[in-house]
Every structure is written in C-alpha cells, then in structure tokens.
Design a protein around this ligand. Structure first.
Ligand code: GLU
Length: 551
C-alpha cells in the first residue's frame, strides 16, 4: 500500500505538515519550571464541582510557578453544545476568583496558541491524522454499526476482549483500490489508529502521574477511532494534538480518564511527541445517610452543581478555603499555623492530593465558612449580602440597600475581641440571623424559659421598662437586671442557683432571657445591651411593651 497516496486521497485539502504547526506554535518562553495547565470543559452549560476542583488545581499549579492557565472549549461532542455555555463557564469560575490567562473568552480568544475551541481546529487535527496515515499508523475504516455489533456479539460468545483490534479490524489491510472504491461509492468511514499493541500479550507501560506516582498498565491494543465520520476528532485525538501544540505541561483531569491513558500514550508515541505530566484527580464523594461513601450524583446531589454555591449565598472565599482542605491533606495544618495568611501563600502540591476519593461534606463547608466569614470586614459582608439579595431574593433588598450605617455595626456585633462570634455561614442565613433588626421581619420565635411563669415575665418586663435608661452603660444596665432578678426570687448569680436550687425560681440568666425574647424574639443572640444600642430607645420600649401585652 502506498500510504502517501492514501493520505492524499483522504485529505486532499490538507497542505500543511506537522512541522509547519511546530513553527506556528513554538515552545513557550517561560521561566524554568513554569507550568502550563488548561481547563477543557464541554460547553454543556452545566458546571459541576469537579470542574472547580480541577480548575483550582490547574490555577494553582500555573500561577504558583509563573506559568499559564488557559481555557479550551471541548466541543467535539456537538450534540451537547448549549448556547451561552462559554459565559457560564467563565462566570462560574470567576465567582470563585479563578481567572484564565489565555484561551477562549467572552468575546473571542486571547493568546498565541489558538483557536481555543476544538470545533475551530479541524485543519490541525486533519493535518496530524494525514501524517499518521502517511506513516501507515492510521487507516480508514468502513465498518457499519451493524457490522460492529456483529463483531461484538461474536467476541462476547468467544469470551474475547471487545473492540476493533487485530483480526477484527477488518479494514486494516484494505488495498488502495478498495478504499478508493468505497469512497467513490459514498461509504462513510472513520479514521482508526493502527495500534501496535499485542492483544494476546500486551506489554506493560509505565506512566508517571503527578498525584498517583508511577502507573503501570497494559499497552493499548485497540484500533481506536481518532476521527469520526464527520472528520471531527474524538476526545483522545483532540486531547493529544491540542495539549501538544498548546504546550501544556500538566494535564489535570478526573480519574475516569485513567482507563484511556494507554490510548493517549500510544498516540503521543506515534506522533513522536512527549506527553505532559498527567494528574488524575480522585472522584468527589459524599457520605450518604448510612455513612457510606458514594460518588456525588447529578440527580441526587444539588451541591454538585457549581451554581448551587452562588445561589445558596456561599461566599466564594469560603468555598475556596474548603476546597483546599479537601485538595491537600496538609492544608488544615498549615491554616492553623498561619491563620491570617492569604490562601495563595499556601504551597499547593499534587503530591498531597488524595487518590482514593475526596470526601465532600456540606457540614464541613458550613463550619469552614464560619471561620472564613469572621475574618471578612462588615463592609464586605454587607456588599456580598446585598449582591446576593439582588440576584436571588429581591424582596429583601429594600431592607438592606442604602442602610450601611445601620447594618455595619449589626454585622460586626460580637466580632471584636479574642473570641469573636462566628455567627455567619452564608448570605440567606446572615439575613435570617440579623432579621430581628428589621421591624418588618421581627417576630418572637421562642417561648419563655420554663423557670419563668407568665406572670413573672410580665413583672420582669414592667420593672425593666420602668428602670430603663438608654444611656446606661453595659455594667449599670446589667446591675439593674440583677436587682429585678433578686426582687422576684431569682438568683442574682447563676452559680448561687446552682449551689442552692431550692432557694430560687431560676437565675438572672432566665430573667435576661425574657428581655432578650422581647427585644430580639429569640432565646439566644449576641449581647442584648449592644443590640439595644443599635435598635434605639424607641424600638426597645415598644418591643418590650408589645411582648408584655402578649403574654
Ligand atoms: N472535555 C473533557 C471533559 O469535560 C476534559 C477532560 C480533560 O481535561 O482532558 O471531561
């Protein structure tokens, strides 16, 4: 077979050679050790946590080393293309502070290694495919779907490995004339790799993985499809060609790709190229109701969708911080030693990544969120909550917008000092937590403590109101409550009550709880005196009166 002739027959329009593309896309001029990474999402309009997880690794590897992180749109599976999906990808990562240096963008490409959308790279793939045909390493295959099914059935019956390989690769050795006749007859065909693997006794290949160490696997033996009947490449071929010419140094992708790694290795070898350092990340798992680890599922777990975190009002810094704790096993230790350092000071490494399934836990995210939000200024929390409300809860915007003077001290309540309160988790919960500061949302939610009968509660509130002086400082104010407690038969100090419970109805804490219920509507809250100072005298008096009248 004259492979040159075959290559011309299949790709008459392709005039460039792989060498031409080597010149068009030269090695990048980057500092020693700089890493080039990419995110290659399909434009399905659905971004999931795994995308963010991978993007985070890519971003850290590139930016920690002075390298480049770029976005490539992998749209070879054209059935799944969703209009506007590129914006969704960019927006959802941007929310988490992940920015690309290069690649597909909202209004076109940036960078010298494009086009960055696979559907625009057809000529490049075909040029490489033509090269493989010319070298006798790829061939057109005219097997129909029915023929392929029949082969599969036969293989099943013989208990053989399924696939198109060796003696089942019926089109491997077609003559030039047969190929020409098939094409003239309009028969559709795909282009297959002529695998060099030995199906009966495959050799072992060794591939170093940045997360998993050296992997040993059997070589590829399948005549894998590299160009579909439409001339569009499969993932395998597009990955190899793109990551070579875009000069990717590290390929971070999910472990679901591990099984096709031998195909990629064979393709890189046949093309005569070095493959990048693969970093196969572990699946994201969660604990189900019974405490068993299972994969996060699109159908069952809303938290898998990236948009979930924004909609649920999680602060991006909290999600970022949380992801780091599941990405690197030494992160929490580092955080404890460096509580105030910016996250980007942490030296991220693929070597500290889990290989056996990264456990994702919303409760842990909530805990970490509290630690992160306590360090964010009231002004930033205010802006964050307002932005969230504008997008997802417009009815609460009037309560928030333009009211910084009132709200900033509220958001800062109890956050000063050595042991600051960590009350806030996410935007809706923040609003709910401070909602008693808005008359339109204020309501008494909890009931009287059991130590205080209703008639005592009325008396407590009556006396409190009579003695109330808005100008009292915290100490004077509390002394007055102690006096009320003493007069009504409650211990002035909780420990007195503890020592001699039979002597008292309760203690000063129960008395102040009644006041808290009247002013805040809840049995727990930050410091009541401070809350009253923010609410103002009139509101305090009116709430006490109303509550007293209601019991
Ligand atoms: N387009 C592939 C996906 O969405 C990307 C895999 C890779 O990063 O190589 O799964």
């Amino acid at each position: 077979m004259d492979y040159d002739k075959l290559a011309e027959l299949l790709f008459p329009e392709i005039t460039k050679t792989p060498e031409d593309y080597e010149t068009i896309y030269p090695q990048r001029e980057l500092p020693e050790g700089a890493k080039v990474t990419r995110l290659g999402p399909s434009p399905t309009g659905f971004m999931h946590l795994g995308n963010l997880y991978g993007a985070f690794v890519d971003e850290r590897l590139a930016h920690q080393s002075g390298g480049v992180f770029y976005l490539r749109i992998e749209d070879t599976d054209d059935k799944r293309y969703v209009e506007g999906a590129v914006d969704v990808i960019i927006d959802s990562l941007d929310f988490f502070g992940i920015e690309f240096d290069e690649g597909a963008g909202r209004s076109g490409d940036t960078g010298e290694y494009g086009p960055y959308t696979q559907s625009e790279r057809k000529d490049i793939y075909q040029c490489m495919a033509k090269h493989l045909v010319r070298e006798g390493m790829a061939y057109p295959c005219f097997l129909t779907e029915e023929e392929i099914s029949a082969i599969r059935e036969k293989q099943e019956a013989n208990k053989e490995m399924p696939g198109i390989y060796g003696r089942y690769a019926a089109c491997r050795d077609l003559s030039y004339e047969e190929v020409e006749a098939n094409i003239a007859a309009g028969k559709p065909y795909v282009l297959r790799l002529r695998s060099g693997g030995n199906i009966d006794d495959p050799e072992e290949i060794k591939v170093r993985d940045g997360i998993r160490g050296t992997l040993t696997m059997p070589e590829n033996c399948q005549d894998t499809v590299i160009l579909k009947a439409t001339g569009i490449p499969t993932y395998h071929f597009a990955h190899v060609v793109d990551d070579h010419f875009m000069r990717t140094t590290h390929v971070v992708r999910g472990e679901e790709w591990l099984s096709s790694l031998p195909i990629h290795v064979e393709l890189f070898k046949k093309m005569g190229w070095r493959w990048p350092l693969y970093c196969h990340t572990a699946q994201l798992m969660k604990l189900d109701e019974n405490g068993n680890k299972r994969k996060l599922s699109k159908r069952k777990d809303p938290e898998l969708r990236l948009g979930y975190y924004k909609e649920m009002g999680y602060h991006p810094a909290a999600v970022r911080e949380y992801l780091l704790t599941i990405l690197n096993s030494n992160y929490e230790e580092w955080r404890m030693a460096h509580p105030d350092s910016p996250v980007d000071d942490f030296a991220f490494t693929t070597k500290k990544m889990s290989t056996s399934g990264a456990l994702f836990d919303l409760n842990k995210l909530n805990d970490i969120s509290k630690d992160v939000l306590v360090k964010i200024s009231a002004a930033d929390l205010y802006a964050f909550m307002l932005q969230w409300a504008k997008e997802y809860r417009s009815e609460i915007v009037p309560a928030i917008e333009g009211r910084e003077d009132y709200l900033l001290p509220i958001l800062d309540l109890g956050r000063e000092g050595k042991k600051p309160r960590k009350d806030f988790v996410n935007a809706p919960q923040m609003f709910e937590f401070i909602s008693y500061f808005f008359d339109e949302y204020f309501k008494v939610e909890d009931s009287l403590p059991q130590e205080v009968p209703a008639e005592d509660a009325k008396k407590i509130l009556g006396e409190y109101l009579r003695g109330y002086d808005h100008a009292d400082d915290n100490g004077v104010w509390f002394d007055k409550i102690r006096e009320i407690a003493g007069r009504l038969g409650y211990a002035e100090r909780p420990k007195d009550f503890k020592n001699e419970p039979e002597k008292y109805k309760g203690h000063v804490g129960h008395v102040s709880e009644v006041i808290r219920l009247a002013v805040v509507g809840r049995s727990q809250s930050p410091d009541i005196w401070q809350i009253q100072q923010i609410l103002g005298e009139e509101r305090v008096r009116s709430r006490i009166e109303k509550y007293a009248a209601s019991i």
